[in-house]
Design a protein around this ligand. Structure first.
Ligand code: SAH
Length: 458
């Protein structure tokens, strides 16, 4: 592609698409310019800020014709903060963008031309949905402040509220931040690797109301510990767990390896449907509990369990999907690479008095073939892999052993489309792809898909 577009030039055009990071696409001839803040269908004037060989970036100068779905972002720091990408689009508009993203990805990457992606299952109230806030604290103009990073920097954009986190998190972060000078608790300085308080994490069991506060400190020392605990409990009486986690490493990783309970229990509880989960400071748990239930109900329906089925749940995490399905299956086998997650899964099985779930630490692509050798035959095979998708060996194992139904839960439409194509070429039919919105105001989208084995003609 010969590119004649130059930096600082002004162009006018129509936005034809949104990228997977939420930027509008304006084409100059064949050359795409990515324009943050521009929406599909809008006529815009843009100024080129950077050109690469195959694409470039431009700044939105003027909206000449605005989309009917455009709205003022409710958040006061939306333009600076790197957390959300779609607040300038109505929630209905966001859901439709995400539906099209899934549909286009299935066509482009998976070569599925006939599948119709249904409307995204969205939240009834798309605000205050995150059950976990992981918040860095920094001095801004000499005062302690909390907030989230500006895109591609480690500089926080100070705020007093974040509309996608809980009100408890807002109140606790405000109270803690404002009390720090009085309590003589210094903030951690990333550049000098000095100071005390690095991050505050607030987690809430959305269905139980229990709140956990984790204070991440650069070393064991936490001055005025008792007064800080008092302040937290006064601010939010629903706090049932306060943890100090020590991270004295020079690293971007938030948690260190050592945790101490300062108040209450070392965990909180939450429920999904009738299943109860114990969540400790470092446990992985989906961040949108309400939508997680919507997603799991879809998975449960897809699995069509009668009580006689054997289910394999590869990439099972702390066993959330496994235990949800174990309510209706004969037996569920879960495998997961993180040892701590499997320990949590076993605790959660016991907590729910479920003895029909077996969990094993290991790589799905190694453990599952061994299970088959041992004679475990799955009727329903669930995968919920990380963003990079399923391991090729695991897909081969599925195709060889041909479980009747595969339920594929994915947080990345691109790798899902790739893997679904492999399964379909291996004898499956793609029955349904249902997107579920777990992450309102960001471009992230979750899908749950059902594939069924095509019966051999005899
Ligand atoms: N189903 C769970 C977790 C899904 S996230 C839930 O909904 O909570 C994907 C999980 O796959 C992570 O917990 C990650 O640790 C795990 N994982 C990554 N690679 C893996 C592999 N090769 N084998 C098994 N598990 C793996």
């Amino acid at each position: 592609m010969s590119n004649t577009v130059k930096r600082n030039e002004i162009y006018e055009g129509i936005v034809t698409d949104l990228t997977s990071s939420g930027a509008g696409v304006v084409k100059v001839g064949e050359y795409p310019l990515f324009v943050q803040g521009a929406l599909r269908g809008e006529r815009v004037k843009v100024k080129v800020t950077k050109t690469l060989k195959r694409y470039g970036f431009a700044k939105l100068e003027e909206i000449q014709t605005a989309s009917s779905e455009r709205q003022d972002a409710p958040c006061a720091v939306y333009d600076e903060c790197g957390g959300c990408q779609l607040q300038h689009l109505t929630y209905e508009g966001q859901l439709e963008e995400k539906r099209q993203l899934v549909q286009n990805t299935l066509q482009k990457i998976g070569r599925f031309s006939t599948i119709d992606v249904p409307p995204v299952l969205g939240m009834e109230h798309p605000w205050r949905y995150r059950n976990k806030s992981q918040v860095p604290l920094q001095y801004v103009n000499g005062r302690p402040a909390w907030g989230f990073f500006k895109q591609r920097t480690h500089d926080i954009v100070p705020t007093e509220t974040c509309l996608i986190q809980t009100e408890e998190a807002d109140r606790l972060l405000e109270a803690i931040t404002n009390a720090l000078p009085k309590l003589h608790i210094p903030l951690y300085d990333e550049k000098k690797h000095r100071g005390v308080l690095r991050h505050v994490i607030v987690r809430k069991g959305m269905n139980t109301g229990q709140v956990m506060v984790v204070l991440i400190t650069n070393g064991k020392k936490l001055p005025a510990k008792d007064r800080l605990i008092e302040l937290i409990l006064e601010t939010e009486p629903n706090v049932t767990s306060i943890i100090q986690n020590i991270n004295n490493q020079k690293t971007n990783v938030i948690f260190g390896n050592e945790s101490h309970t300062l108040y209450g229990e070392p965990y909180i509880y939450d429920t999904i449907g009738d299943v109860k989960f114990q969540i400790s400071d470092r446990s992985f748990y989906q961040i949108n509990a309400g939508q997680m239930e919507v997603l799991y109900k879809e998975a449960l329906e897809a699995a069509q369990l009668t009580g006689n089925e054997t289910v394999i749940d590869a990439y099972c995490g702390i066993g959330t999907i496994s235990l949800f399905l174990a309510q209706r299956a004969k037996h569920v086998y879960g495998v997961e690479i993180v040892k701590q997650a499997i320990e949590d899964a076993r605790i959660n099985a016991r907590l729910n008095e479920m003895d029909n779930a077996t969990f094993e630490v290991g790589k799905a692509e190694e453990v599952v073939p061994r299970w088959y050798e041992e004679g475990i035959e799955a009727d329903v095979f669930v995968v919920d892999p990380p963003r990079k998708g399923c391991d090729a060996t695991l897909l081969e194992t599925i195709i060889t052993h041909a479980p009747k139904t595969v339920v594929y839960v994915s947080c990345n439409p691109a790798t899902f489309a790739r893997d679904a194509r492999i399964l379909v070429d291996g004898g499956y039919q793609l029955e349904k792809v249902q997107p579920v919105d777990m992450f309102g105001h960001t471009m992230h989208i979750e899908v749950v898909a059902v594939l069924s084995r095509i019966e051999d003609e005899k």
